[in-house]
Design a protein around this ligand. Structure first.
Ligand SMILES: C[S@@+](CC[C@H](N)C(=O)[O-])C[C@H]1O[C@@H](n2cnc3c(N)ncnc32)[C@H](O)[C@@H]1O
Length: 224
């Protein structure tokens, strides 16, 4: 992975850049996402965060839902190290992190009540396979959810997002937004692709929507 090409493993530099520049600025968006999915997660379930990065979303979820057991998995050891540090510093007991590949999860079938992934699928070499893996490990009736940058997004939504970053590229947030729209969202996904991959994975009650003011698409589906 480098900042111009989305696939491939994340190293220490990309992990640090993402954490300090993007993740550190977008806390309110993580909360907004969790406000959507939290009420749909059954009581006392196990929840899987695929491509959890340094665990910002998983840790907020574990803190606000002590009844859940959360597992965050990520391909990059640098990210998992950061996630474990976050867990320790927040003293969370109901969460753990493991290095794993979304393409072949080393997890039992039907184990989880919910599996979600935030801003990771654009990095997967075979997105359909990753969604099928998520569907495999969620039990019947459980939710699978994906949030990702929208390849069809507008320049305005890209600007809204990049203004939240903690640091900007030299040249300011307009240049950050042009970079984001072209190189990040430009290599991400569309609603139609997500709809198709969810259907291929056998998920039902599929819903996809674009965020009204941010450059993201969200898809949810149920395991039949
Ligand atoms: C943009 S970051 C998002 C991290 C986190 N979900 C967040 O919202 O802060 C993308 C993450 O996906 C991970 N990733 C990329 N390919 C992966 C794969 N095949 N399996 C698991 N994780 C992967 C990267 O290591 C990185 O941590």
């Amino acid at each position: 992975m480098n900042i111009f090409q989305m696939t491939g493993s994340w190293g220490t530099l990309e992990s640090a850049l993402y954490e300090e520049v993007v993740a550190a600025g977008i806390g309110p968006l993580y909360i907004r996402l969790l406000n959507e999915i939290d009420p749909k997660i059954p009581l006392r379930a196990e929840v899987l965060d695929v491509g959890c990065g340094s665990g910002p979303v998983a840790c907020i979820l574990a803190r606000r839902r002590p009844d859940l057991q959360v597992l965050g998995v990520d391909l990059a050891s640098a990210m998992i190290q950061r996630a474990k540090q976050r867990q320790e510093s927040e003293n969370l007991q109901n969460i753990c992190f493991q290095e794993q590949n979304a393409m072949a999860l080393e997890l039992a079938d039907d184990r989880f009540g919910t599996a979600y992934s935030v801003a990771s699928i654009k990095h997967w070499p075979e997105p359909a396979r990753g969604i099928a893996e998520m569907a495999r490990v969620v039990r019947s009736g459980g939710l699978v959810g994906i949030l990702e940058a929208d390849r069809e997004t507008t320049a305005q939504r890209a600007r809204n997002f990049c203004r939240l970053w903690r640091w900007q590229l030299p040249g300011g947030w307009l240049l950050s937004a042009a970079y984001f729209k072209h190189f990040v969202a430009g290599q991400a996904v569309t609603k139609a692709e997500l709809q198709n991959w969810f259907a291929q994975a056998g998920l039902v009650e599929i819903e996809t929507q674009s965020d009204p003011d941010q450059p993201f698409v969200v898809a949810t589906g149920k395991v039949p």
